[in-house]
Design a protein around this ligand. Structure first.
Ligand code: GLV
Ligand code: MN
Ligand code: MN
Length: 416
């Protein structure tokens, strides 16, 4: 299909990203930059949700909320067909930037603005959406809203998840008024625009990324129980040091990553909290999280099995007990070839240098890929593509390039 003459208004898109970024904004002292702290289902998230819903209403979209708090804004089509769904998330990690997730949701709204200005009614309905707790930072499971909407996670199971203060997802949804009743749409196709969150596109001087798939992700929460004792008087052989066991886990993970035995494995201990956490007390406990990623499901399975062996070995060697629980687990995902081919053609017709790559981060699109053809386009990021950090930054032109690919592919998919 030839390109249409429609283009996004890059300044308008950028202004909306900046404006949403003010909600939950904080000053990052070391960098002097403003970051975003908008954990899922907090007051800040609720404020950002309401801001987007008011933009949706200004655009006369029909707004609905499903039982897990995902929000949908529907632009009617000229025919009553399965909709094209465009979406991402607006929750953030506590140390987030303003682009992660938000750029995708706001690019969807920008497409509606372009259609409204052109007085164009698509054949299919278009639904712009944002999904609850994509980050998994508050309740421990990532892509939660889209996983519930697409049936991978049961609603009751999701409702029962708790944050560190024991508040359940259901209570948090109710507290902010987002315990909805609408059904999730059954889309014809799903599209997501997201920042790359890595260095590949910038290093290769590529203007957009065409995402082939997402790597496998496995998260665990570990509670290590040792024994508190005096730091000065307890001989080494009598220690049951939960902190040391945690340190050994972290070092072993790095060794696994660099060994090459597990292909392209990445591992992170993102939380590591000692109890009682005092200078002269051997830690009696340690709470930690383990995030493991791999491009290969078989290698991921081996890593998981070998980690179990490591935990047993540490229990024996350090005299500790390691309670462990898998809080999130997704296999590798491949996105739809047909959509990717369309994206590649559109990018080339727009004169953009596009590059295919696998996503290192999880995305809502990977859940929707289980129920309909799905595709993701990446915007290039500056500062080596750093993300989950206030330095996260994509220029107006970088956002514009990806948003125009999204627009043109959306226009094609909106025609039945
Ligand atoms: C989402 O940001 C992830 O952790 O992949
Ligand atoms: Mn994201
Ligand atoms: Mn993120």
């Amino acid at each position: 299909m030839p390109l249409t003459s429609l283009r996004v208004d890059a300044q308008r898109l950028s202004a909306s990203v900046q404006s949403l970024g003010e909600i939950g904004s904080y000053l990052d002292e070391p960098s002097g930059l403003r970051g975003v702290n908008r954990l899922a289902l907090t007051a800040e998230d609720a404020k950002a949700r309401r801001q987007i819903m008011s933009w949706m209403e200004e655009l006369e979209l029909e707004v609905s909320v499903d039982p897990i708090g995902n929000v949908y804004g529907k632009l009617a089509g000229s025919r009553d067909l399965a909709p094209l769904l465009i979406g991402s998330h607006i929750d953030s990690v506590p140390s987030g930037g303003i682009f992660d997730g938000s750029l995708g949701v706001l690019s969807g709204l920008e497409i509606v603005r372009v259609l409204r200005e052109a007085k164009r009614t698509p054949e299919r309905p278009l639904v712009i959406s944002f999904f609850t707790e994509e980050e998994g930072c508050r309740f421990g499971t990532d892509m939660l809203g889209s996983a519930v909407a697409t049936g991978r996670i049961e609603l009751a199971q999701a409702y029962a998840l708790t944050d560190r203060d024991g508040i359940t997802v259901e209570q948090a949804l109710e507290a902010i008024g987002f315990l909805g009743t609408a059904s999730a749409p059954k889309p014809h196709a799903f599209l997501e625009l997201h920042i790359e969150q890595g260095p590949v596109l910038l290093r290769g001087e590529h203007e957009v990324g065409l995402v082939t798939g997402v790597q496998a992700i496995r998260w665990q929460e570990l509670e290590i129980q040792g024994r508190s004792a005096h730091a000065g008087t307890t001989p080494t052989y009598l220690r049951r040091d939960a902190g040391l066991a945690a340190a050994r886990i972290n070092v072993s993970l790095r060794d696994m990553c660099t060994s090459g035995d597990y292909g392209e494995m990445r591992a992170t201990v993102g939380r590591n909290q000692f109890h009682p956490g005092r200078v002269n007390v051997i830690p009696s406990g340690c709470s930690l999280t383990v995030d493991v990623r791999n491009l290969d499901d078989e290698a991921m399975g081996r890593a998981a099995a070998d980690l179990e062996v490591l935990y047993l070995k540490l229990e024996a060697e350090e005299g500790v007990i390691i309670e462990r629980r898998v809080t999130a687990e997704t296999r590798t995902v491949r996105f739809d070839e047909g959509i990717r081919t369309r994206m590649a053609r559109v990018a080339s017709d727009l004169g953009l240098d596009a590059h295919e790559l696998v996503s290192g981060a999880g995305h809502d699109a990977q859940e929707w890929a289980s129920v309909c053809p799905a595709g993701v386009v990446f915007a290039t990021g500056e500062n080596e593509g750093i993300s989950h950090n206030p330095r996260e930054f994509s220029t107006v032109a970088q956002c514009e390039a990806a948003a125009n690919v999204l627009l043109q592919v959306a226009l094609e998919l909106l025609e039945a």
